[in-house]
Design a protein around this ligand. Structure first.
Ligand SMILES: [Zn+2]
Length: 391
């Protein structure tokens, strides 16, 4: 808990980083851009429903004989301007209405996996919202086989390993979350559903409401994460840690306002799954986002970079790394650290996961690519100096 005076002081200390507009981006050096494209990454905060691009949304509506949610792809994209988290969620849940059959879920997940693999995502831990689909009259036997088959095909065809995390919607009841966990039971132990999370509307929905269902998930051996500190205060992050015992905090950017919380996250090496373009589009820390992200990356916390709801927020992994690198003025070494963090924070590649050998091999790839990018970076700097001398 942070007293008001301490919070104001913490906020004041951040303004020293401010001043740059989020709309004016410095040009990324070609070497850094290539490195961001090539470096292997794990994605740990992505909602499969948020990868529903307008083209697929309209195609699925037509396939299922439903009225199109938008008259055209352009109209859909034009509607994607959000005032805050809730204004996004309203459109997001409406978009989910086109998902009706097993094949729809397969096509949706495969579209994400193909796009992620193109951005050199080699491993993904993917959220989905069963309550949304159950509310649309679908059963687990409809969406889960499609999602599971896509994860298997992503591994076989794309070399991208993937698993799913069931998210409970925070504005819904604890009883509904508990029923949802019961529905997931047949899918546990098959390697597809590995954990539970909390997503959706944050303000007014503190995490402690879900203490019992998270306890039950722990007894089932499931991993636990939660969206906290996206729009909500640091107290919600404390609750997620102390009451839900989460292993990762999703978003968590508002942790910056509480020095004791930052210290606790650092000491426990609890990762934050940060989603820069999501924060930008949902106006989190509006006008100060670049300053906050800069401070977060420089804090020493296990910060990871993720795309959240890529179809709605304007970019997948590479776009998020690129935006953050430009916003926070990062070089190759810092981006390499973020990629390494994504493996450390993964439930499949992190310490004690059994995936250490694969992580070591991935870290070697990161180091080799970084060494080459640093050489290119130096050549580019030398070329700029030569050009200046000639002028
Ligand atoms: Zn999210």
């Amino acid at each position: 808990m942070l007293c008001q005076a301490a919070r104001i002081k913490a906020l004041d200390s951040l303004t020293a980083f401010g001043g740059r507009s989020e709309l004016v981006k410095p040009h990324l050096p070609a070497s850094l851009k290539r490195f961001i494209e090539m470096v292997p990454k794990a994605e740990l905060h992505v909602h499969v429903e948020g990868a529903l691009e307008p083209e697929l949304m309209l195609a699925l509506a037509a396939r299922n004989g439903l009225p199109p949610p938008y008259p055209s792809v352009e109209a859909a994209r034009a509607a994607y301007h959000f005032a805050d988290l809730q204004s996004f969620l309203d459109l997001y849940y409406a978009g989910c209405g086109v998902l009706r059959a097993e094949k729809d879920f397969y096509d949706l997940a495969m579209a994400y996996f193909r796009r992620a693999a193109a951005d050199r995502v080699v491993h993904a831990e993917v959220f989905f919202d069963p309550q949304t689909h159950l509310g649309n009259g679908l059963g687990w036997e409809v969406f889960m086989p499609g999602l599971a088959r896509a994860a298997e095909d992503a591994a076989a065809q794309l070399g991208l390993s993937a698993a799913y995390i069931v998210c409970f919607r925070k504005e819904m009841s604890a009883a509904s979350a508990n029923d949802t966990l019961s529905g997931a039971l047949p899918w546990l132990g098959r390697g597809h559903v590995i954990g539970v999370g909390l997503d959706s509307s944050e303000l007014g929905n503190p995490p402690a409401k879900f203490a019992d269902v998270f306890d039950r998930a722990a007894r089932l051996g499931l991993q636990r994460v939660a969206h906290a500190g996206e729009e909500g205060p640091p107290e919600y992050v404390w609750e997620a840690l102390r009451v839900l015992h989460v292993r990762r905090v999703d978003h968590g950017v508002h942790s910056l306002e509480d020095g004791a919380l930052m210290a606790a996250l650092n000491a426990s090496r609890t990762p934050l799954t940060v989603c820069p373009l999501s924060n930008l589009k949902l106006k989190v820390y509006e006008g100060q986002l670049e300053a906050r992200l800069t401070q977060l990356v420089g804090s020493g916390l296990v910060v990871t970079v993720n795309s959240d709801d890529a179809a709605y927020f304007g970019g997948y992994a590479v776009a998020n790394y690129g935006y953050l690198a430009a916003a926070a003025g990062l070089g190759v070494a810092q981006v390499a650290r973020l990629a390494a963090n994504s493996f450390e924070a993964s439930f499949f590649l992190g310490p004690g996961s059994g995936g250490e050998a694969r992580r070591a091999a991935l870290l070697q790839q990161v180091a080799a690519l970084a060494a080459r990018a640093v050489e290119e970076e130096e050549e580019e700097a030398e070329e700029r100096r030569r050009r200046r001398r000639r002028q």
